[in-house]
Design a protein around this ligand. Sequence first.
Ligand code: DQA
Length: 145
Amino acid sequence: MKRILLVHGPNLNLTGIREPGIYGRNSLAAINEEVVQKCARLGMECNVFQSNSEGEIIDRLHAAMDDCDGIIINAGAYTHYSYAIRDAISAVRLPTVEVHMSNVHAREEFRHHSVIAPVCAGTIAGFGKESYLLAVDAVKALVEE
Ligand code: DQA
């Protein structure tokens, strides 16, 4: 069975509470449950990790070398400036899908650029919690390549 790591970065623990007009009213726990269930339906196991700390996210990505086949990551604001997370994704050499709930290109200019995009297979943005569910299909295709 293929194993997927779902990583959420800073402030995403507040999903459902923070800026619901942008990120929706579903809690992160509810979104995670849907992702885990969809993975199971597709024959994949999903491990979920959230941290507000850059170093903890990097440590979890490193551990994925031993316990995962593919990664879905919403790095939150780290997306836009963390070269360290970019390097970690590049280092572990696992197929990775970048996710954003909001359409980052329709928001402030600093959100238009992702430093992790070049080391990810692709990006899904702008579909709310559906971004994560679409990413499950994308990562499935990648891990089964
Ligand atoms: C986000 C977009 C980022 O710009 C922001 O910092 C987040 C969430 C999204 O899911 O739309 O924390 O990654």
